[in-house]
Write a protein that binds this ligand. Sequence first.
Ligand SMILES: [Zn+2]
Length: 196
Amino acid sequence: MAPPMSAGGFQNQLKEEGVTVVEVGDWEHHNRNHKGPWGPVHGVMIHHSVTSGSEHTVGICRAGRPDLPGPLCHGVITKDGVLHLVGYGRANHAGLGDDDVLRAVIAEKALPPDNEANTDGNRHFYGFECENLGDGKDPWPEAQLEAIEKVAAAICRHHGWTERSVIGHLEWQPGKVDPRGFTMASMRERVRDRLK
Ligand SMILES: [Zn+2]
């Protein structure tokens, strides 16, 4: 049972881990808290944005789309390895996922298949959109992968979580494929090594 960090504490934790942080507008107060609860938090979820270009990607993730109001995550990790903070609180990133997966994340056990969409993920996960087309061809620069590793590790370090609290959207919600282009197993290994 972990309450979310404060916005200020969240930013400090990221900077202490060595993440390059850019604040976008009133990110600390931009959220969907009027639509449902935020917290307790149990993990970190990684996404790809299906967009190209830093400015364009950050703009969409802050404002949202006609069918899905923003923020679409807490931070956007662009290809240059910069984290752009676009929102804080409940954000539209995780959707409905599998309660068995959530139980496994809480217990920090191996993940079962995500075959149900019965649990509110926006309540329980910090979420990060990573600039990538998600076509399996668009490259993931090392600077971006390193930023993902640092962001995830920073949050795990604060909450006392292991790398098993870091999951991909594809491990949460049936039908999702993100992130595509690297494996979450490989990212968890990086987070594990960083937390040593
Ligand atoms: Zn996603």
